[in-house]
Design a protein around this ligand. Sequence first.
Ligand SMILES: Cc1ncc(COP(=O)(O)O)c(C=O)c1O
Length: 444
Amino acid sequence: MADFHKNILYYDFHWDYPKLESGKGVFLYDKDGNEYLDGSSGAISVSLGHGRADMAQTLYDQALKMAYIHRDIATADVGERAAEHMHRCLGMDRFFPVSGGSEAVEIAGKIARLHFVKQGKFAKRHIIGRWMSYHGYTGNAIAYGGNPARRKEYNAEIYNDYKIAPPYCYRCWFGKDPATCHCECAHALESEIQLRGQETIAAFIFEPVSGTSLGAAVAPAKYYKAIREICTRYDVLMIADEVMCGSGRTGTWNALDHFGVRADIAAYAKSISGGYFPVGVAACTEEVAAPIIEKGIFSPGFTWSGNPIACAIIDKTLSVIEEEDLLANVKKQGDYLKERLLALKDKHACIGDVRGLGLMVGIEFVADRKTKEPFSPHLSFGQRVEEGCRKHRMLTLGTARFNRGVSGDGIMVGPNFEVRGEEVDRIVDTMDTVLSELELEIKL
Ligand SMILES: Cc1ncc(COP(=O)(O)O)c(C=O)c1O
């Protein structure tokens, strides 16, 4: 295990971090050759297996050919190839590569704003988000998000504070059942737009499948069609934050594709680079871009936006996903993973819910399955599951406080797109062992 290095600002100065050195496929290795199963692809980030020579070669080739040009000054074939490829796969029309998910969300918000500014609609400046969501740690991204724990320390700086309830069927905020509800959580958007004044609202931002703030919660089937209709009616743009759930993670190129809906603007990151380079992408439809293009200038961006290495790695990642038919594998192994985790419910009463799409699966733990009473936050149940997995050499992502930021524990599981059936078995078997041990420890 790693000693804390005096020159690093760690995430958790009490955590027992494994010190890793290499990786192959779904496994990571420390200096002594101990093998760790990468059960959550980092933070549901890595889409391709570790240690791929073709990905390393792509980085090398592009770096040697031309590592950097600035997008305000020059353009290159590699950028055009990546954009065309993203258009073919992701279905958006205009792309703006950046260096991560938060940057992609920042640019997505600015596209929405500029779309209206360029038409003289200056009052359309606010973006409505959802409680229990996460869009990144930069200024606007954290403000669009509604994860109380992550916002708490920065509240003084948060100004964009329009939020609606999330589609969280396991603990519906409206006390409804998904089979019989009227999608009250979607219609809350209409009320919020009306109350704030539609002339002031530029966009609605959401994670098509919730990330760590709600542990892969999936909206009711009719939710996004209702959201689409409301947004169109009020001239409010739909921004899909596909950073975690997009680029194939759920078995379709966009998570929103499962719902038969197209967003106006989207943000991608994580899986879109395979995990081999820090990349994000903001994207929009031609209709959204049109007023900006007509006026001639799209001003926002960063020094590294659209750099050739990022574009080469995006192009290559999409090719690998297509050539190796990885979307089909995500679907197959994702279904199998969920089915096997659901079967664990019979053995472990602490499993309240298993949810998600494709290889983005969340487990929510409860003290009482019948009443859905969460564990006391003092138990840090989710964190202890994560710790237990690590002791058994499996890396997963513990999450907490699904229940309005107060309580609720979970874990996210999501291996890379190349995962095989026997590796899924190992994930589930390890989880089974860890839960049995924890149940004994805290005398459930
Ligand atoms: C849905 C979502 N949006 C945005 C982000 C921020 O991305 P990044 O950490 O690359 O800035 C994340 C990160 O986990 C995310 O899950």
